[in-house]
Design a protein around this ligand. Structure first.
Ligand code: ZN
Length: 393
């Protein structure tokens, strides 16, 4: 049991100074006055001294089993380590496959997700990958949704990208329909999480699907919408139809056509669009190649969960109120992906908690009632994290 005292709670709405009691992985009590607890209970008390306590981040786009592989065999990115997520404030991660859904499999992704669960994190998965027919565990998207507990939807299916399967309209809406029906049958989100490439076609398929089919607009969840300025405008324009859009926390880039994640969130919040229809994800463990006009890779970066924490700090430096800045990191993805108990600080909710320190940095992270990060350093690590990369095997 833990008692966090003098916590300035943003749930994400501001609740002021609260005392937060955690037991059995959940928040079991909150109140303005410090409770009297029997010493025999052995409750660990942590005084936050007025620092902000916010919900753990829900990262809807992580390459848990590693991504990349787009610039040759040596470019495969290793699986994400537990502390890469926890030190970024991420307590719920949704894993996926990207370009490489040939060597990397849904089964391997699920095992990586379960491994992180064993270590105390909450994880889910998208079934599929960039390509059609989608990579699955059981043979179909609907069947994966119905039979695999951790699968909440299908993604990241690539559109408007030279690396995609160039899905036709019929293929595209069939997949959206399968995601939707799988969601209906299970109560899961049943979302089609879409990788948007640099192509001029942008969100054309999504607009056409909304106009021509009965599938609800909430099923489409396009990501990387801030990779080009024109695409971001298209994304903002499609939100009133009922689409929730996902901004990627790309590492800082000198490409003027990329809308930085903090700029994208600030732009969104300045509109009168529904505040709940924006989510933010890291693309952690994914590779971020740059291609020339011939489709040759001319550079490569790697997505980092830490960019989420950095983006939140930049939003606060911009003067965005913490309660507004937090939503795309916490309650919005939890609600859109129907992750009960996640994305909020509430009694009976999961004890996924982040403490913000000086310069809005993530200093302490609790996942399901267990401290993962203290004073900026991970206190729980995966079993192989201590080994240098490429070290002795
Ligand atoms: Zn992607």
């Amino acid at each position: 049991m833990h008692l966090l005292v003098n916590a300035n709670v943003f749930a994400p709405e501001p609740l002021g100074l609260q005392q937060v009691l955690v037991a059995g992985g959940r928040v079991v009590w909150m109140g303005a006055e410090r409770p009297q607890l029997d010493a025999q209970l052995g409750v660990e008390v942590h005084d936050l001294d007025g620092r902000a306590l916010v919900p753990g981040f829900v990262d809807a786009h992580t390459h848990l089993s590693g991504g990349g592989g787009e610039t040759g065999y040596a470019s495969r990115v290793p699986a994400l380590a537990l502390s890469q997520l926890t030190t970024a404030g991420v307590t719920t991660a949704v894993g996926l496959l990207g370009t490489d859904d040939t060597v990397r499999t849904t089964g391997e992704l699920l095992v990586c997700a379960r491994a992180l669960r064993t270590l105390g994190l909450t994880t889910f998965c998208w079934t599929g990958g960039y390509h059609l027919p989608p990579a699955t565990l059981t043979g179909s998207v609907r069947s994966d949704l119905v039979h695999v507990d951790l699968v909440i939807g299908v993604g990241e299916i690539a559109i408007s990208d030279h690396r995609s399967s160039q899905p036709t309209f019929d293929e595209f809406v069939r997949l959206a329909g399968d995601a939707h029906v799988g969601g209906l049958m299970t109560g899961k989100a049943g979302v089609l999480h879409l990788h948007l490439g640099d192509g001029e076609r942008g969100l054309g398929l999504v607009r056409e699907a909304i106009a021509k089919t009965e599938i609800p607009a909430r099923v489409y969840h396009p990501t990387h919408v801030n990779r080009r300025r024109a695409l971001f405008e298209e994304a903002l324009a499609i939100v009133p139809d009922g689409v929730t859009i996902d901004v990627t926390a790309f590492p800082p880039d000198d490409d003027a056509d990329v809308v930085a994640a903090d700029e994208a969130v600030a732009r969104y919040l300045a509109t009168d669009l529904p505040p709940e229809r924006l989510t933010l994800s890291s693309d952690g463990g994914g590779c971020l190649p740059e291609f020339d006009a011939e489709g040759r890779a001319v550079g490569m970066g790697v997505g980092e969960p830490s960019e989420l924490a950095a983006t939140l700090a930049r939003l606060l430096v911009r003067g965005i109120p913490l309660e507004s800045a937090l939503r795309p990191f916490t309650s919005n993805p939890a609600d859109h992906l129907r992750l009960a108990g996640k994305g909020r600080i509430a009694v009976d909710g999961d004890a996924d908690l982040v403490v913000l320190g000086a310069n809005h940095a993530v200093t302490d992270v609790m996942a399901l009632g267990r401290w993962m990060v203290r004073d900026g350093a991970p206190v729980v690590r995966g079993p192989f994290e201590h080994q240098p990369e490429g070290g002795a095997s």
